[in-house]
Design a protein around this ligand. Structure first.
Ligand code: NAD
Length: 349
């Protein structure tokens, strides 16, 4: 297949080369997909995207006009893709349903521990040869209650780690997964009111957008720790900032941010693209922000690359991608003829 991959970082190249084995002719582009950069997809069968690419209806229409038949995202989340627009244009869609939930769960726990034990502040002090203990008091996780919203791949992996600390783990999921060992499934309000740590692993949908806002925060314990490694818009950031200012939220760990598009994944140290709301959040010593890096382990990157290539293989064989299929309606990929190119390789543009 002829493919163009957008928003590619140089560190991703080796994983894609290893996965591809020269099967597909893939052009790597560092720019994000947008109306302007869509032109790179001319003559390609498939486009590979990431979470902050613009895969809105207008971009999808342009890709369809350029002959693109397939879009694969290198992510679990699919909230950035207009699935209705793709369906109208007969473009098939795929995600990576699960590549390494442990990578995300481990980062979640790293945020929680670092916040609790003030690791960032302690390290800054130590670098200044300030070895006082003032302001570094944490709390034991042992016997605390952790509430996990979304008991899918990552939520279950996070639950296992918190169980290992000796925490009581509560879980809430709309799908009511089968009985999970050591996770008490409760309703949303019970989870909010009984948890010392609230950890979100739900997808961003119309139903989950702003599921954490002033009204749900009001149900939480005073001083609660809130961790979000899922999608920024699951929480209403302004309401969370207000709750930090009153002390209702005692700790906030974010790997994702409601307005991260066009901000995260790039160096904005010297440009004007700075975000006042994010700055206000970061002014709080009990806030820890990482730049959407929870997935970023060697194992996860290789698995993402492997599954992307497996999706391309299946599409080329005119087969549905199975669990990775995120098409709105049933996939009738058999009717689509993919072209095969001769000189297949990976090259940077
Ligand atoms: P998953 O699909 O395995 O699990 C999601 C779970 O959320 C499912 O069990 C689902 O039933 C549940 N859910 C859906 N709507 C809900 C609602 N309204 N209330 C409660 N639960 C609800 O996905 P996952 O692998 O566990 O990942 C979760 C999310 O994490 C993804 O959708 C993605 O947005 C995000 N993510 C972030 C990173 C990162 O690097 N920060 C990496 C991977 C995934």
């Amino acid at each position: 297949m002829k493919v163009v991959a957008y928003s590619i970082k140089s560190f991703e190249k080796e994983f894609l080369i290893r996965a591809n084995q020269k099967k597909h002719d893939i052009t790597l582009i560092s720019n994000p997909l947008s109306l302007e950069t869509a032109a790179y997809a001319e003559g390609k069968d498939a486009v590979i995207v990431f979470t902050n690419d613009d895969v809105s209806g207008s971009v999808i229409n342009k890709l369809a006009d350029l002959g693109v038949k397939f879009i694969a995202t290198r992510s679990v989340g699919t909230d950035h893709i207009d699935k209705n627009a793709a369906e109208k244009k007969g473009i098939k869609l795929a995600n990576i349903p699960s590549y390494s939930p442990h990578a995300i769960a481990e980062h979640t726990v790293a945020l929680a521990l670092a916040l609790n034990r003030r690791l960032v502040i302690a390290d800054q002090h130590s670098h200044n040869f300030d070895f006082r203990l003032d302001d570094l008091i944490g709390f034991n996780f042992y016997k605390k209650t952790v509430g996990i919203i979304g008991l899918g791949h990552t939520g279950i992996a996070a639950a296992a780690i918190f169980n290992g600390f000796g925490c009581r783990v509560l879980g809430y999921d709309i799908a009511f997964p089968e009985k999970l060992k050591k996770v008490e499934q409760v309703d949303f309000d019970t989870l909010l009111s009984e948890s010392d740590i609230i950890d979100i692993h739900a997808p961003l949908t119309d139903q989950t957008r702003h599921m954490i806002s002033a009204s749900t925060i009001s149900l939480m314990k005073k001083g609660v720790m809130l961790i979000n490694t899922s999608r920024g818009a699951l929480i209403k950031t302004l309401d969370v900032l207000n709750a930090l200012e009153t002390g209702k939220i005692g700790y906030l760990g974010l790997d994702v941010y409601e307005f991260e598009k066009d901000l995260f994944f790039e160096d904005h140290e010297d440009d004007q693209q700075q975000d006042a709301l994010l700055k206000r959040l970061m002014d709080h010593p009990n806030v820890l922000i990482t730049p959407h890096q929870a997935f970023l382990t060697k194992e996860a990157l290789q698995e993402i690359a492997n599954q992307i290539i497996a999706n391309l293989d299946l599409w080329q064989q005119q087969k549905c991608v199975g669990d990775a299929c995120i098409c709105h309606k049933n996939c009738h990929v058999k009717t689509i003829a993919a072209t095969t190119s001769q000189n297949n390789s990976i090259h940077l543009l």
